[in-house]
Design a protein around this ligand. Structure first.
Ligand code: ATP
Ligand code: MG
Length: 662
């Protein structure tokens, strides 16, 4: 599609609010070919979950011992619990590697790693991955790591991160990956909370052409963690590195002499596989505990159906493996499925804004899974960066992390997918282990901006604050009324938080997100439930107002928060970033506010439109609304924990402009 035709297409679609059917060619070859296929499996998953999950677990995973019970749970007990496959025994690393070694997958690429420097590429076949994981597992054992011990992995996006995760899984240790962009303080908190005695890190890393002192940050954290006896250091870059003689050892030295054979531990299905901290968008991060059997099954099954995975696909999930998205869709989902997973160390806009498209073209990527923040920033750069690359290998596009506005969705669909590839928005959380609500590709119609329909076994409901069901189209709190195999098993070291945060009311898991459901049963996520703005008694979702702002041609990104208002209780404060080259003016401010009024109604008209150069984001790229709320309310002395913020300088700019506006 030419630029002008595309712009017209997006304008028209935004106006019509039509749904888009998957192409017949895609559906014909898809695992789920029609809405009927989906409905049938979905119904079965709800009417007889034991038979459904038991059958799926037998077909998709290898077990040493079968289970005594499929699904057991109690959300309402003083200590809520969820268990899948009790008594069943398996090993996640065996399922991700060993079982593929007997057949033709033996020499298939399991992991393709593209470093930030474009000449640095490594390919791990399943056979090679097996050797490397066994060696690393033996090294961990030699350092005294035992079944059930936590190991913190503070590693950049290098193959050793995936290898270390699988090595932990192999010996029954619990990995706890901390995103390598987090600060020393954030790392220290997580090491303390996890109780780990061994930390794995890298000496340096690359980010946008600069060298990151990862080991330096780690040293700073470890200075306050005397309980950590060993730090295993990967040599990412040949460069002088200070090593603490009693504590630090080189990964290379130890793996060089380690045996490439390591018998996997037989794990009971509910023994923990990992602890992972949430992104910290809303509050202090929580250490989410996931088990082995249920989690692995759910990651594998969603990999197959949500991404319509085929044997020959190259799957590229652009998230960092330090987040749940990378755990489930770079490592466990793809590898348990015997797929080829691409791991990328770089960023979307370095050295130029076409880095992603260059990588897609270079490897012939088929499935691309990225975040709305990436889509928005690449959309903002304009199309000259996409049109010079051959993107014809792409078959499916996925989105995760935040609500994707209809405009960004349509750009992704038309500019990147060329109108050929279904776009699967995927709503889920660290706590849910895998995708919960999605546009099952090939099977169901897509509605730009809607997360669509529940995955098998998932029963979401929208409820009012008094717990009664919301009407169609009425925004409320998104809850889930029964468990699913990927469900978290607890909050590490904090049983009370598990109960208080997730099961405050009987019979349901509370997600913390807001949503509404339309007449076709499609879910629309409206943002965090705390982000709902109450204007003169009307409850407005921030996502809807943001979508209206972004539908203006000038706007690249918008974030809306509530602010104190003398008359209305809460007013609407809109932070807006503009496309390259658009000039800021008061007319534009008025025009944008009027546009929202036209699209949603007079009640939704923003009281303040604040033009910003950039918005504060978490390290995983999500807009940090709690900071924006504080700035809008002039409560800037106390911005709370900003250790998970990616560019702290953005905040000072916003405060300055806020003072100017008021
Ligand atoms: P914290 O819980 O510490 O505040 P977080 O919620 O950002 O951090 P994650 O578990 O990584 O940590 O993110 C899950 C959240 O991301 C969801 O609850 C939801 O708000 C948002 N989200 C993820 N995917 C989507 C999506 N497709 N559409 C809308 N929102 C999404
Ligand atoms: Mg959360």
């Amino acid at each position: 599609m030419e630029h002008n035709t595309r712009a017209a297409f997006i304008r028209q679609m935004l106006k019509d609010e039509r749904s888009i059917e998957p192409s017949p060619e895609f559906s014909y070859k898809a695992h789920l070919k029609s809405r009927q296929d989906y409905d049938e499996l979905y119904r079965r998953s709800l009417t007889d979950p034991d038979a459904f999950w038991g059958d799926m677990a037998e077909r998709h995973l290898d077990w040493y011992r079968s289970w005594d019970a499929v699904e057991e749970y109690d959300f309402d007990a003083p200590r809520p619990f969820v268990r899948y496959f009790r008594g069943g025994q398996l090993n996640a690393s065996y399922n991700c590697i060993d079982r593929h070694l007997d057949g033709p997958r033996r020499n298939k690429a399991a992991l393709i790693w593209q470093g930030e420097p474009s000449e640095e590429v490594e390919v791990f076949t399943y056979q090679r991955l097996h050797r490397e994981v066994c060696k690393a597992a033996n090294v961990l054992k030699s350092l005294g790591v035992q079944r059930g011990d936590r190991v913190v992995l503070y590693l950049p996006m290098i193959p050793q991160l995936a290898i270390a995760m699988l090595a932990c899984a192999r010996i029954g240790a619990v990995h706890c990956v901390v995103f390598s962009g987090l600060s020393a303080e954030a790392l220290k908190d997580r090491i303390d909370d996890s109780g780990a005695r061994v930390v794995v890190t890298a000496n340096f890393g690359y980010r946008s052409g600069k060298i990151l002192r990862i080991k330096g940050v780690c040293d700073q954290a470890l200075a306050e963690c005397p309980q950590v006896k060993t730090c295993l250091v990967v040599r990412r870059i040949e460069k002088r590195t200070t090593m603490e003689p009693e504590r630090d050892v080189w990964w290379d030295d130890l793996t060089a002499t380690a045996s490439p054979a390591c018998e996997p531990e037989r794990m009971e299905a509910n023994e923990p596989l990992f602890v992972l901290y949430t992104s910290g968008s809303t509050a202090k991060p929580k250490g989410i505990v996931h088990g082995t059997g249920g989690y692995l099954l759910y990651a594998t099954l969603t990999m197959k159906y949500v991404f319509d995975l085929k044997e020959t696909d190259i799957h590229w999930c652009t998230a960092d493996a330090g987040w749940i998205t990378g755990h489930s869709y770079i490592v466990y989902g793809p590898l348990a499925s015997g797929a080829t997973s691409l791991m990328f160390e770089g960023v979307p806009n370095y050295p130029k804004p076409d880095r992603f498209w260059e990588v897609v073209e270079k490897f012939g990527v088929n499935l691309l899974y990225t975040a709305p923040t990436v889509v928005r920033s690449l959309m903002r750069e304009g199309e000259r960066w996409t049109c010079t690359h051959d993107l014809s290998s792409l078959r499916l596009l996925g989105s995760v992390g935040e609500p994707i506005t209809a405009k960004a969705w349509l750009w992704y669909y038309s500019a990147i997918g060329q109108g050929r590839c279904p776009v699967a928005d995927t709503w889920w959380q660290t706590e849910t282990g895998g995708v919960m609500i999605t546009t099952l590709p090939g099977a169901v119609d897509m509605k730009p901006g809607s997360a669509a329909l529940p995955f098998f076994g998932v029963e979401p409901k929208v409820v009012r604050s008094d717990g009664t069901p919301a009407a169609l189209g009425e925004p409320g709190s998104l809850v889930v009324t029964r468990p699913w195999p990927g469900m978290m098993q607890g909050v590490h070291g904090n049983e009370q938080a598990f109960k208080d945060v997730y099961f405050p009311t009987p019979g349901r898991y509370v997600t913390g997100d807001g949503a509404y459901c339309d007449e076709d049963g499609y879910f629309w996520i409206t943002g965090r439930i705390d982000d709902v703005i109450n204007v003169s008694g009307h409850r407005l979702g921030t996502a809807e107002i943001e979508s209206a702002l972004v539908s203006c041609a000038e706007v690249a990104e918008a974030a809306v928060v509530g602010c104190p208002h003398p008359v209305k209780g809460e007013g609407i404060y809109a932070y807006v970033t503009l496309h390259e080259g658009v000039v800021v003016s008061d007319e534009l401010r008025i025009q944008l506010a009027s546009h929202v009024r036209e699209v949603i109604g007079p009640i939704a008209r923003p009281d303040v439109v604040h033009f910003a150069k950039a918005l504060p984001k978490t390290r995983s790229g999500k807009i940090m609304r709690r900071i924006l709320r504080k700035i809008a309310a002039h409560q800037t002395e106390d911005l709370c924990d900003i250790s998970t913020l990616s560019e702290p300088s953005v905040v000072a700019d916003l405060i300055r402009e806020n003072e100017r506006l008021s």
